[in-house]
Design a protein around this ligand. Structure first.
Ligand SMILES: Cc1cc2nc3c(=O)[nH]c(=O)nc-3n(C[C@H](O)[C@H](O)[C@H](O)COP(=O)(O)OP(=O)(O)OC[C@H]3O[C@@H](n4cnc5c(N)ncnc54)[C@H](O)[C@@H]3O)c2cc1C
Length: 592
């Protein structure tokens, strides 16, 4: 079963393995909603999509309605291939009309086999039918050219035998005259015995026309067994619950968020150029400078940032970025885990929380880091802004964040609110306030996880000093909130538990080695002990000689120095040899 959709819904749940077999060379057209189960709007919208599927259920031979969850790891590649960047919203009626346009605009050659022709008929095609006997009813709907009613009724009756529906438009004057049609849309019925009559409908609407035709004698639904429905093979993996402490922030969430952002969200942009490239560069710089801990993630982001800044290319293929993120160059100590391990952002039900939760968390951490180290962004080009973290976040959300509606809301808030942010302190408070505004707006919505209800944060039980009552009215205590945010999102409160790149375990000191001050995970881990696929844990690439540790860069420098010293000595040797020969020659000439 899908996450927002189940097998009971009147639609098909597709996955990477069933999408292509279902839609390629299909006898019907397909409308597939690529959604993301973490996207609040997709959750809100799922009801609409189900209504649409229900609404056009009888059109099934001509068109299949399906969904595919791009937030599922196994579907990443197919969403990338289909270039899915954002998850839009529609109204049922507009999607239904869009469907009709798509179905009608197929040329005769590539029209799906079971899709009926939807073009209007000419008077010359219809008038000869009057008075003719037949084995079935023929309904003629005459309507304005822009009306969808006729096409909707044709599709509604697609699975019914005993009646054929045709449409004509109001410009067919000979037909209008012959049938004496004065009101549009109208429905005219040609009976099997050759007579014809105007059908009286309560209202000139799709539902009434379709119902009338379905109730005609001998009109019956055909067996639907001939309609192939692909069997979905998608299995939902149920993640094991990870015990965690709500008072901590987990590095595993930050890393999983970065993994999703860099390897999934960005992957739908096959090349980065212009403003997009600049937004990405700024984001990477920001993370490289402010991500706490100085560990392998920072090393990776620094490498990426250096590479982006030193290459003056106007356009960068995403694959090149991915190669660096996957550390194909095997740079020692640079690594970002390639899996999702939600901890503080895990959910009680599949499909909720996860990525958007991690993105909020990441930016809260970055605002607090910037507040602690305001000089960290010096000489990056970002320092001139009074709210650099928020500006980068704003541009990232606007440009790349998959939830387009969220981006619109955030942009509107930033456009009006960021003018009042003048320093790092106001910056972290603004983000807190904005996040609370979103919480309030979404409280009780379908995207809410009952285990993590959306409410003004932090609650009075978590931070009593954040709350006050003035004249019987609740108010936030600004200083209390500031203190709480600095502590909660501060480097000292980040837990490495469950992280894919844990801090390096203290290396057993070799005999005679000088006591080493353990930098711990905060002081600059050099990569995971379990480097994982593609990761080159810095800890493993080194060598201990006489109690001194050398990493692979040190070793390469040694080799370089050794080779250049040898060359230098050889040069000296040849230089003196040539000189001594010359000297001997000159001396022997003088003696002669
Ligand atoms: C920029 C942005 C805009 C979004 N806009 C929308 C939108 O318009 N509509 C929509 O449906 N979804 C939106 N989302 C997603 C939505 O806000 C949630 O992220 C998502 O529903 C997951 O909710 P959650 O329960 O994990 O908590 P989240 O709201 O994601 O919060 C994650 C964690 O942050 C902490 N936290 C909560 N509130 C605060 C706060 N005020 N300050 C600091 N920390 C806090 C808590 O520990 C919480 O568990 C947006 C996400 C982002 C990143």
């Amino acid at each position: 079963a899908g996450r927002l959709y189940t097998e009971e819904d009147p639609l098909v749940i597709l996955s990477s393995s069933s999408l292509k077999p279902a839609v390629t060379n299909s006898s019907s057209a397909w409308i597939v909603q690529f959604y993301s189960s973490w996207c609040g709007h997709c959750i809100q919208y799922s009801g609409t999509w189900k209504s649409l599927a229900q609404d056009v259920r009888d059109w099934r031979p001509a068109v299949g309605v399906a969904v595919l969850d791009c937030a599922q790891e196994e579907n990443y590649d197919v969403c990338k291939e289909f270039n899915i960047k954002f998850y839009p919203t529609f109204k049922v009626s507009s999607v239904r009309q869009l469907l009709i346009d798509v179905l009608q605009n197929h040329t005769e050659l590539d029209r799906p086999e079971r899709c009926p022709p939807l073009r209007p008929h000419r008077s010359a095609e219809l008038l000869p039918l009057l008075g003719q006997r037949s084995d079935h009813f023929t309904a003629v709907i005459v309507e304005e050219p822009e009306s969808y009613v006729g096409r909707e009724v044709i599709l509604d009756l697609l699975q019914f035998s005993g009646v054929e529906v045709k449409r004509a438009v109001s410009s067919e004057l000979p037909l209008l005259d012959a049938l004496n049609i004065t009101v549009l849309p109208s429905i005219y019925l040609l009976q099997p015995n050759g007579t014809h009559t105007h059908l009286h409908s309560e209202k000139p609407q799709r539902f009434f026309f379709s119902s009338l035709l379905r109730s005609l004698p001998g009109v019956a639904r055909q067996s639907s067994s001939s309609v192939p429905v692909p069997v979905d093979v998608q299995q939902q993996s149920s993640e094991p619950w990870r015990e965690f402490d709500r008072s901590l922030v987990y590095l595993a969430d930050l890393e999983s968020g970065l993994h999703y952002l860099l390897r999934v969200e960005l992957a739908s942009h096959s090349t980065l150029e212009g403003a997009e490239l600049q937004v990405f560069k700024d984001f990477v710089t920001l993370v490289a400078k402010l991500y706490p801990g100085g560990g392998s993630v920072v090393k990776l982001m620094e490498t990426l940032s250096d590479w982006l800044l030193t290459l003056p290319l106007p356009k960068i293929p995403y694959q090149a970025v991915l190669d660096l993120v996957d550390n194909k160059m095997r740079i020692s100590g640079a690594y970002l885990g390639a899996e999702l391990r939600w901890v503080g952002c895990q959910s009680s039900r599949a499909g909720l929380r996860g990525y958007p939760c991690s993105l909020w968390t990441l930016f809260h951490v970055l605002t607090v880091q910037h507040d602690a180290r305001p000089d960290a962004l010096d000489n990056t080009g970002l320092e001139a802004d009074s709210a650099p973290v928020l500006q980068v976040m704003r541009r990232y959300i606007r440009t790349f964040f998959g939830c387009q509606e969220c981006g619109r809301h955030f942009e509107a808030a930033a456009a009006s609110g960021l003018k009042s942010v003048h320093n790092p302190e106001e910056q972290l408070l603004w983000l807190w306030q904005q996040h609370n505004a979103v919480n309030t707006r979404l409280a009780g919505s379908l995207s809410e996880d009952p285990l993590f209800p959306k409410a003004p944060w932090p609650s009075a039980s978590v931070c009593p000093s954040c709350h006050e009552e003035r004249n019987g009215v609740h108010v936030w205590n600004r200083d209390g909130v500031l203190l709480f945010l600095r502590r909660h999102y501060g480097a000292a409160n980040l837990s490495p538990r469950y992280a894919a790149t844990p801090p390096p375990a203290p290396r057993p000191a070799p005999p005679g080695a000088p006591p080493r001050s353990d930098p711990g995970w905060e002081g600059g881990g050099t990569g995971g002990e379990d480097g994982g696929d593609g990761g080159d844990g810095g800890g493993r690439a080194g060598l201990w000689i006489l109690g001194v540790g050398f990493n692979s860069v040190d070793m390469s420098l040694c080799v370089l120095l050794y080779v250049s010293s040898c060359l230098f000595l050889m040069l000296l040797f040849f230089f003196f040899r040539v000189r001594s020969r010359r000297w001997r020659l000159t001396r022997s000439r003088l003696l002669v």
